[in-house]
Design a protein around this ligand. Structure first.
Ligand code: NAP
Length: 299
């Protein structure tokens, strides 16, 4: 239980509703700001205006999936009010307070550093990234279905990158009966992809492997689907770029060539906010509990 633990949660989207629910169930003292536009009340949480004194005595500060923008503004879909996180807010947090977010921009990194606060980025954790790969792959499949006139079954697909997202993407496509090529750069990934029944190739030979592809899913967060690659793709191909913004595709050239290319960020929060919220809630509640026990306040 998190009895007596003070949590301040600022902004976010439907995923945060799951987090709030879980933390109040665990008996934490949850104060929320950025939910004033929500129609139904959130039992057990205290709604408050965004003011500096909210930060006094807080044990855990929870920020949305993307903590703040480059200027410190916290995105809050359930509010029209602006919340700008500044040094004067973080300076009021006790030094033991942990700051949690999905992924942080340099602004938030800097703010936490100058206030000596630990910043924990949930999406960097393997467990969260692996769980999140499930709604990501489902969302990518949905986009593929919506943007093609063929079935995934029997299609020639390609997945670039064999990390946490690429692995699940390739397995999901394979499970639906697609012939899946997987672009890797490590020999152990090549071996694993072969063992799983995919057709692996090294990224260095990407250009030689794209000529018959119907669906290309990129998970490599660097420019990889270049003009040269796109020029070798059949015009019927659809590119779904899952890598974080700005993706790894030359979208300008794809448009010029008439190849459909879609950047698809933030799929878990879009296609399965409840599941994505539960993933965050499970991880956050566990981490806050561990911190509480470390400080000797565990119940
Ligand atoms: P990951 O586990 O680190 O996997 C990245 C993969 O890309 C690894 O296989 C890595 O190879 C490979 N790679 C990186 N740089 C490369 C390069 N220069 N050349 C060849 N291969 C390279 O990351 P992840 O969790 O799967 O996430 C992948 C991307 O998807 C990230 O940008 C992440 O933010 C994004 N993402 C998007 C969504 C969405 O909704 N669209 C959801 C989750 C994640 P090595 O293993 O050899 O390093």
């Amino acid at each position: 239980m998190l009895t007596g633990v003070q949590v301040l949660l600022l902004g976010g989207d439907a995923r945060q509703l799951e987090v709030i629910r879980r933390l109040t169930e665990l008996d934490a003292v949850v104060t929320i700001s950025g939910f004033d536009g929500l129609h139904s009340p959130l039992d057990g949480a205290v709604q408050a205006d965004f003011e500096e004194q909210l930060f006094d005595g807080v044990d855990a500060l929870l920020l949305p999936a993307v903590g703040t923008d480059e200027h410190g503004y916290v995105h809050a879909v359930f509010s029209n009010r602006k919340m700008q996180l500044t040094d004067s807010h973080l300076a009021r947090l006790p030094k033991h307070c942990k700051v949690f977010t999905g992924m942080a921009k340099p602004y938030l990194h800097q703010l936490c550093k100058q206030n000596g606060l630990d910043l924990i980025e949930l999406f960097e954790r393997d467990d969260v990234a692996i769980y999140n790969s499930i709604p990501t792959a489902e969302g990518a499949l949905m986009m593929a279905i919506q943007n093609t006139d063929i079935t995934i079954h029997g299609s020639d697909s390609m997945v670039l990158g064999f990390g946490r997202t690429g692995f699940t993407m390739a397995r999901s496509l394979h499970g639906l009966g697609s012939k899946v090529k997987v672009g890797v750069r490590r020999s152990e990934h090549f071996a694993r992809a072969a063992e799983m029944g995919f057709e692996p190739f090294y990224i260095s030979s990407l250009q030689q492997n794209v000529s018959n592809i119907d669906l290309l899913f990129n998970t490599i967060p660097t420019m990889i689907v270049t003009a040269q690659i796109i020029a070798n793709l059949p015009s019927r191909a659809v590119i779904i770029d899952l890598a974080s913004k700005p993706g790894g595709t030359d979208f300008r050239f794809a448009e010029k060539r008439g190849v459909k290319a879609l950047l698809a960020p933030g799929l878990p929060g879009i296609v399965a906010p409840k599941t994505a919220g539960r993933i965050m809630a499970d991880c956050l509640s566990q981490l806050i509990l561990e911190e509480t026990i470390k400080r000797g306040n565990g119940i």
